[in-house]
Every structure is written in C-alpha cells, then in structure tokens.
Design a protein around this ligand. Sequence first.
Ligand SMILES: [Zn+2]
Length: 272
Amino acid sequence: MDRKLYINPPLVNRAYDWKKGPQPKTRRELDKFFNSPAINKVKDQICEMGRRIYNKGYTDGNGGNLSVRVGEDLVLCSPTLCCKGFMKREDICLVDMNAGQLCGYRPRTSEVKVHIAMMKAAGMDACMHCHPPHCNAFLFAGMVPPNGVNPEADIFLSQIPLAPYATPGTDAVAKTVSEAAKKSNVVFMANHGIVCGGRDIEEAEWFAENADAYCQVLLLASGHGGKVNQLTPKFVKDIVAIRKAMGLTVDPKQSLYNTHRFNGYKMPVSSK
Ligand SMILES: [Zn+2]
C-alpha cells in the first residue's frame, strides 16, 4: 500500500477503557461504580448523542436506543419508552452482557440485546439504533446504497449489509444484525432502521450521519435526470486500503463493488 495513506498517530481505541478481570459485583460495589465520575461522564455522552440524533430527526417519539460497554460484563444503555432528545444522566441503565439489569431506576431498552450481540460478534464498544429517514427510504425498499461512488462514504461505510427483517426485541434480530455487523460499522435492518457500532458513542453517531447524508445525496441525484458515476477499481482499491489503515473492518470475501446499478441504470465509470 502507498505509504502516504498510513494514518499516524493512531486513533483512540475507545472512550471508556475497560479492562478484563474482576469487576463490581455486590450491590454496594455496583452502585459505587454506577455513580462514579468516569461512568457519569459516559452517561452524559449517551444523553448528548441522544439529543444529537433526536435533533437531526433520526428518531421519532421514543424510537432509537444507545449503549456503551464499560466492562467485560457491563453495559450502559438508554431506558425503554424514553424520548432520546431529553434523556438525563439519571435515566441511563446498567446491564450485564446477558441484558440483565443491574442499576438504574428505569427499565432498560429491550433492544440492548441487539447491541450486546454486536459487541460480542464484532467487538464494538458502543452501539446506536435509530431511524434516519434517508437510510430508511433505501431499506424500506430492501435496498442498500451502491458503493464506489463517494470516497468518504466508502471509507466509513464500506458496503452496508442489509439484515433480514425479524420481530423487534427478539433474539432473531440480535442474530441477524450481529452477523451483518462483521462487515460494516453500519447495518441496515430491513423494514425498520439502522444500527451503528463504534469505539465510542460519538463514533457510532458519526456513522449514522455518514450513512444518512450519503443516502440523502443519492436520493437527490436520482431526481435530476443525470447518471451517478462510479469510481474505477484502482480508486476503490485505494479506499479499501485506507479503511484497513484506519482499523475499520474489511470483509476479505467482499468484492470491490456491491452493484454497478443504481436507480434503474448501469452506472457510468467516472474516469480511467
Ligand atoms: Zn427502531
């Protein structure tokens, strides 16, 4: 790979640097941990990202949920039936990696099972589920956006997988989404919404923004009568190399393009 594509210095690993090994177990230890300054900071980040996705229109009513892993068997998550735009530190829950609630006065979201399955399968430390309208315009039609069109979209999104529909809150959703999360930090869930995973909750939110902005531009481009150009294989290979250098997942079995068609036509190649 071209040396000038290397990223230096390396990016941070995760916002809350939990370690494997002994962790709080008793009621007293759990309460002390749950109310510690470091954990309160993560709870505040969850609330802040909740406000961000609500203000961007990615959630509606009580939709969406957020989580951050803070231990080998500890995950902070948003509560059920709570608007993500107005969460307070006190609303956040602590669960174990089987989704059993350990702390918090509100019941945890049922979707945390999906987040935990993603954390286990793909190593993410933070997950976020929401319903961004432009992403949903694709996935309601059983579609994902084409790759090989925009470098930033390809670097951060790769080829977005589409997880088949399953009833929300069931183990089937956790299974299909976590399998798809091995391919990209963004997973489209058929007929429902998206789930993003990252090293911290803000990174997960960035992926949602990247995905929705890309889908929005593709939808705009589909209406002006022109044809969207696709990059040559050389440029797509460079993008894959940048993804690897950034430590983002690259499925070794993945072909360079997920499709050469968009909006009913074959995409022209942009340049040789
Ligand atoms: Zn949802």
